[in-house]
Design a protein around this ligand. Structure first.
Ligand code: MSP
Length: 510
C-alpha cells in the first residue's frame, strides 16, 4: 500500500481549557486525531495518541472563583466531563495529560530552566495590551478597534516586570525551517499565513505573569508564574515522558503530528518551534490546521446559547453518525456549519440509503438464493470495474489520510459503495436466477462480499461500531490480523455464513 511513511505515529490534539465542557468544536479535533490513530494502528504502526487539558492561567482562576470553587476543583470536575465525553465518542487516546500533573509541571520548569541557562530568557518590564481570554500579549498595532484581533473582546493594559523569551533570535531558524519543510504546516494557506508573519519580524515575548498565582512558578522566583501557553505547549513533550523517560520521548517525538484549530496557529507554528530550537530539540514533524464550526450559520457560544454538545447528538443520532458527519461534511482545513438538518441528510442518504441498504441487499441475496451460505467462489469473477476500483481504493484512502483529507477518503469510499449498488441494479440477479445463470449470481455475490469487507476495514477508523457490525453480518468477524490481507481482493470463501443483524443506520424524519 504505497510508501509507508510512518512506522511510528505520534498524534496530538490541543489540550482543552477546563472553563467549559466539551462541545462539537473540541470533539472535532479529537475525532480527527482518533481516526488517524486508529488507522495507523490498523496498519500496524507504533502509535501514540495524546490529548489533554489546559488547567492553569487567569481565565481558569476567574472561572473557578465565579463558581465558588478552587481552580483545581473546577479542573477536576471538567476533566471528568472530558473523559466521559471521549468515551462516548469512542476516542482511543493513549494518554490524557493534565497540566496540573506533577510530571508535567516538572517538565515545564525543566524547559524553562534550560532556556534560562542558555540566555534565551531574560527579565524586563512589559507595558502593553493583553487579552485574558486568549492569554496573549498583543502589539498595539494589532488591535482591531481597540479589541483583541483573535477573539474581538476588550483587552487589558498590563505593566509588569516579566521574564521574556528571545523569540526574535529565532526568526532566521524559523524561516529556514519553513523553507526546508514545505509540508510543516498544512494546509498551504496556513503555512503562508505564518511564514508571512514571521517575515514581518518577531518581537521577544513575555513568558511570565505576576497578576495571579494559578500556574507553574518560575524556578527560583515564586512571585512569577510561567505563561500559560509556555506551560501548555510543553504538554506535547511531557505527555511522552520528557524529560525523565528519554527512551519513550525519543521514540515518539520526531514523529509528532499536531492537530489544531486555526485560532491557535501562531502559538504552534511560530512560538512552539522557536521554544524547541532554544531547547536544542527538533520541531514537530508536521501540523494540520483545521477550520471552525458554526451552528446554523452563527458563531457557537455560551452567551448565544447555541453550543452543541456531542453527548446529546450521540444520544439522539449515534456516535458513528456524528463522527462521519463531522469529517464528511466539510474539508478538514475549512470552516463548516453544523445543523441537525444537514446531519440527518447525511445519515439518511449516505449512511442509510447507500451503505446500509447495500449491506441489506447483499445479505438478503445470500439468504434468498443460498440460505445464507456463500456458494463456492467461481474461478472467474468478471466485474472488472469493481475489481479495479476495490484494488485501488485502499491506496487512495491512504494518500488522502496522509494529507488529512478525511472528506475525500470518505467520498472515494462512497463512490465505490454507489458502484456496488449500481452493479446490482444492472446485473439484476433476480433475472439471472430466473434464467438459471447461477454462476453469474455467485460471482456477483462474492464480489459484493469482498467489496463490502474492504469498505468495512477502510471505514473502521471513522465508524468503528458500524464496521464491526458490517463484518458480523457478512460472516467476516474472524478477522485475519494483517492489514494487507484484510483489504485484499478475492478472499470471500464458499461456506461463509451471512446473517441479518441490527439495522446499521436508522433513518430520521427530515
Ligand atoms: N488550551 C488551548 C490550547 C493549548 S494547546 C497547547 C486552547 N484550548 S481551547 O479549548 O480553547 O480550544 C481547543 C481546540 O478546540 C482548538 O484547536 C480550537 O480551535 C478548537 N475549537 C474550539 N471551538 C471550535 C469550533 N467552534 N470549531 C472547531 N474547532 C474549535 O485553545
Amino acid at each position: 500500500m504505497g510508501d509507508r511513511k510512518f512506522a511510528v505515529f505520534y498524534v496530538t490534539t490541543p489540550i482543552y481549557y477546563v472553563n467549559a465542557r466539551p462541545h462539537i468544536g473540541s470533539a472535532y479535533t479529537t475525532i480527527a486525531a482518533d481516526v488517524l490513530a486508529r488507522y495507523h494502528r490498523l496498519k500496524g504502526d507504533d502509535v501514540f495518541f495524546l490529548t489533554g487539558t489546559d488547567e492553569h492561567g487567569q481565565k481558569i482562576e476567574q472561572e473557578a472563583r465565579s463558581k465558588g470553587l478552587s481552580p483545581k476543583e473546577l479542573a477536576d470536575s471538567v476533566v471528568e466531563q472530558f473523559v466521559r465525553c471521549w468515551k462516548t465518542l469512542g476516542i482511543t487516546y493513549d494518554h490524557l495529560v493534565r497540566t496540573t500533573h506533577a510530571y508535567h509541571e516538572e517538565a515545564v520548569r525543566h524547559l524553562f530552566s534550560i532556556l534560562q541557562d542558555k540566555g534565551d530568557i531574560y527579565r524586563a518590564t512589559y507595558r502593553g495590551p493583553y487579552c485574558i481570554p486568549c492569554e496573549s500579549y498583543l502589539r498595539p498595532s494589532e488591535l482591531k478597534d481597540g479589541n483583541c484581533p483573535l477573539c474581538g473582546r476588550p483587552v487589558t493594559l498590563l505593566e509588569q516586570e516579566n521574564y521574556f523569551f528571545r523569540l526574535s533570535k529565532y526568526q532566521k531558524r524559523l524561516l529556514d525551517h519553513f523553507e526546508n519543510n514545505p509540508d510543516f504546516v498544512l494546509p498551504r494557506s496556513r503555512y503562508n499565513e505564518v511564514l508571512n508573519r514571521i517575515k514581518e519580524g518577531l518581537d521577544d515575548i513575555s513568558i511570565s505573569r505576576t497578576a495571579f498565582k494559578w500556574g507553574v512558578a518560575v524556578p527560583n522566583d515564586p512571585e512569577q508564574v510561567i505563561w500559560v501557553w509556555f506551560d501548555a505547549l510543553t504538554n506535547y513533550l511531557s505527555g511522552i515522558g520528557y524529560p525523565k523517560d528519554s527512551k519513550k520521548f525519543e521514540r515518539y517525538w520526531s514523529y509528532a503530528v499536531h492537530i489544531l484549530g486555526k485560532d491557535i496557529l501562531w502559538f504552534h507554528a511560530c512560538i512552539w518551534p522557536a521554544m524547541l530550537f532554544a531547547a536544542g530539540l527538533t520541531p514537530p514533524k508536521q501540523m494540520f490546521v483545521h477550520g471552525w464550526w458554526t451552528v446554523e450559520g452563527e458563531k457557537m457560544s455560551k452567551s448565544r446559547g447555541n453550543v452543541v454538545y456531542p453527548e446529546e447528538i450521540v444520544e439522539k443520532f449515534g456516535c458513528d453518525q456524528l463522527r462521519y458527519f463531522l469529517l464528511r461534511e466539510t474539508p478538514f482545513g475549512q470552516d463548516g456549519d453544523f445543523s441537525e438538518k444537514a446531519l440527518v441528510r447525511r445519515i439518511n442518504n449516505d449512511l442509510a440509503d447507500e451503505l446500509g441498504n447495500l449491506l441489506n441487499r447483499v445479505v438478503g441475496m445470500a439468504q434468498r438464493y443460498y440460505g445464507g451460505k456463500l456458494p463456492e467462489r467461481p474461478a472467474e469473477v468478471a466485474f472488472d470495474e469493481l475489481v479495479e476500483k476495490a484494488t485501488a481504493l485502499p491506496q487512495r484512502v491512504d494518500a488522502h489520510l496522509e494529507r488529512f483529507a478525511f472528506n475525500r477518503a470518505l467520498s472515494d469510499i462512497w463512490d465505490f459503495i454507489r458502484l456496488m449498488n449500481r452493479l446490482i441494479d444492472h446485473t439484476k440477479p433476480w433475472e439471472l436466477r430466473k434464467k438459471g445463470d447461477m454462476g453469474r449470481v455467485a460471482a456477483l455475490l462474492h464480489s459484493l462480499v469482498d467489496g463490502l469487507r474492504v469498505v468495512s476495514w477502510l471505514l473502521e477508523p471513522f465508524m468503528p461500531d458500524a464496521a464491526v457490525e458490517m463484518r458480523r453480518q457478512l460472516g467476516e468477524e474472524k478477522a485475519e490480523a494483517d492489514w494487507q490481507t484484510r483489504i485484499a481482493w478475492g478472499r470471500s470463501k464458499g461456506g461463509q455464513r451471512l446473517q441479518r443483524g441490527r439495522i446499521l443506520f436508522r433513518k430520521h424524519p427530515e
